[in-house]
Design a protein around this ligand. Sequence first.
Ligand SMILES: N[C@@H](CCC(=O)N[C@@H](CS)C(=O)NCC(=O)O)C(=O)O
Length: 210
Amino acid sequence: MYTLYYSPGAASLVVHWLLIETGARHELRRLDTAAGEHKRPEYLALNPSGLIPTLLVHGEPLTEAAALVLYLADAHPHFGLAPAVGDIDRGRYYQWVLHLANTLQPAFRIWFYPQEGAGEANSEAAKEQARLKIEAAWARIDAHLQRRGPYLLGAGVSAADFLLCMLMRWSRNMPRPATAWPQLAAHAQRMKARPSFRTLYEREGLDEWR
Ligand SMILES: N[C@@H](CCC(=O)N[C@@H](CS)C(=O)NCC(=O)O)C(=O)O
């Protein structure tokens, strides 16, 4: 039994999506970020960084969205969302999940919280650097999908594609969203066509980027 602490559209989205996709039994605890619920002592006891998401697995807290993606794919192997350990595709899978988590996600953090890195006075410059990094990542992934797609690992979807799709969603209001790149646009369309995506949107009360 899982319990997901989430906020609509936040980094918890990919975890929620995989819980739905795998049919895993779970309950949701919505955090009101405007009220600072994710900074209260009871939540910090679960996630000392005060960030979203946190997943309770049989009552034990796990954090870091990408780690939760890897964990859930392995915990529900019959869905085939992760290649076998030792297979070269497993290496490629790690490569993509870590690339997304280490390169794109931190750049989005700067895009959405530009004051964090270099202070309020330098927010615009920080955002501009983040935008360039994000766009460079889209170009790289788009070229990869063109050569080796339609999914990150080729013919079959993996948990990495869910993470990619969440990050693409975050770019929807940027000057050049991910879907400006044709292979990424096709990837997003395919991922959004999954029945689990509709359920996810209903449960999180989302409307944008359908
Ligand atoms: N590395 C963390 C980052 C999570 C993160 O930045 N979450 C954002 C929401 S998308 C958050 O908690 N923001 C609220 C805050 O920073 O106060 C993860 O992947 O779980």
